[in-house]
Design a protein. Structure first.
Length: 157
């Protein structure tokens, strides 16, 4: 009981100190902005990674799995694919991404998340999908898929 009184005392002193302000203190409200905000690239829902490339362009990855090159005020998925293939070739890998689309990368990212055992609701929130859609399309990739059936077949409950 004594420790409760001490905690209450500390709380009340802290609140009192927090609200005790010098009445001469004022808040400055600047009449002009101290900085400007410029939207450089629109229509990207959740940019996840950004790298500035040597040619002045930007390579952007979206949380949903899209890979985008932004150069000369234009977004280009095709340029991102070419750049990925060139980077792979420079590292000694033969990478053919022809036929890949932003959806392909998104699908792969969701599949990998499910295979890694990610929580269903976390995957839904991260990729902006409904639980029904993730369960129907990607649910079979999860390590716990049908685990109750396996347990039952092995004689467990």
């Amino acid at each position: 009981m004594r420790s409760l009184k001490i905690y209450v005392l500390f709380f009340l002193v802290g609140v009192g100190v927090g609200f005790a302000q010098d009445p001469s203190t004022t808040v400055n409200d600047p009449t002009e902005d101290l900085f400007d905000i410029e939207t450089v690239i629109g229509d990207i829902i959740s940019p996840w990674g950004l790298v500035f490339l040597n040619d002045g362009s930007m390579l952007i990855s979206d949380r949903g799995g899209a890979l985008i090159i932004f150069k000369d005020n234009k977004k280009s998925f095709a340029a991102a694919i070419r750049n990925a293939e060139e980077l792979a070739a420079a590292a000694g890998y033969d990478l053919d991404l022809s036929g890949f689309t932003p959806h392909s990368f998104r699908h792969t990212a969701i599949t990998w998340a499910m295979q890694s055992g990610a929580d269903l609701h976390a995957v839904c929130g991260y990729f902006g999908l409904s639980a029904e859609m993730v369960e129907r399309v990607y649910g079979h990739h999860h390590p716990d898929y049908q685990s109750s059936v396996v347990t039952a077949m092995e004689g467990g409950k």
